[in-house]
Design a protein around this ligand. Sequence first.
Ligand code: B12
Length: 299
Amino acid sequence: MTTDNAMSWVNIAVAERETGVGKDTLRIWERRYGFPRPERNANGDRLYPHNQIARLRLLKSLLDRGYRAGKIVAASDADLKMLDERELPGEVTKTASVQTSNSSEALAGLLHQDGVGWRTYLLQQLAQLGLERFLTETLPHLNRLMGEAWSRGELQVYEEHVYTEQVQNLLRQTISTLPAAHQQPLILLTTVPGEPHLLGVLMVEAMLALRGIRTLSLGAQTPLKDIAEAARVHSVQVVALSFSAAYPARRLQPVVTELRQMLDDTVRIWVGGAGASRLAKDLRGIERVSELRELLTKA
Ligand code: B12
């Protein structure tokens, strides 16, 4: 993730992209709760300072954890910090059996490791829990912790990259040690242009590989015409797409609808990831799959 501290004012489109809070919601909160409090430029457009973006990210992460806007948007910074910290150490102890202390120093120690530290920790978790629980418990918790620590400005961008690299390496390595998959259906995995988050795709690939289900992974950000072409040439039965929470909600439906039109009617489209939950449930020819485990009952 990147944040440009030098450019401390951002317009509403960037504020939406950076925080995951939609433009309409930003305007409603401003009117209803008095936060955010953007300045205006000469044209009257809203400009948000960096510290308000940081607070918006924290609010978004609390909303995602089930808090209601009415309770948190106007709360004091100290109260928000308290709510935020209340859940974090517990989350760590749930996954980190290696991590025995739940103090904030232990949490910081976990998140600020170097590559070797992460690799050792991840391998221990994998060995203790097995691949399925590693995928459905350890990694979702760690992703959330990393994302939230980044939102609070506690992690350097490079530290998140160190984590992502180690997770990706380990998942690829683990997949390559599993017996060759031969079960139907053949599932094409990728993300659409504008969605760089690849961990969801790799996690799905590993989960399917565990059950011997064949996949054709194209990595991240595949142009739609290439997805359609690969699906045709390889006779895939399912195209599975991953959308993280960072993918803009308003682009979701147009992009999957466009892909639907490019694929043969017999090819199913599955969409998953935190971003996909914002897609209408009843879109023709599109199936939402929210959980990794649900995938196994569908495949
Ligand atoms: C690593 C990471 C990055 C890396 C990604 C590297 C890579 N090669 O993948 C980098 C550094 C590039 C990055 C960039 C950005 N990131 Co980022 N990133 C993350 C992090 C920590 C994990 C990433 C991830 O892949 N998650 C996606 C998957 C694994 O999680 P999920 O969507 O919850 O999906 C789960 C299930 O639904 C299932 N699943 C996923 N896909 C599918 C598909 C199918 C078919 C099925 C069945 C299931 C399934 O698997 C997961 C199981 O837990 C997350 C934190 C988080 N909680 O995810 C932030 C996060 C997604 N990023 C975030 C942001 C804001 C960004 C940036 C916009 C930051 C910036 N200002 O530049 C950019 C994106 C730029 C862009 N063009 O979009 C925010 C999004 C917040 C929001 N609500 O909008 C998050 C949530 C962090 C936060 N603030 O809390 N990021």
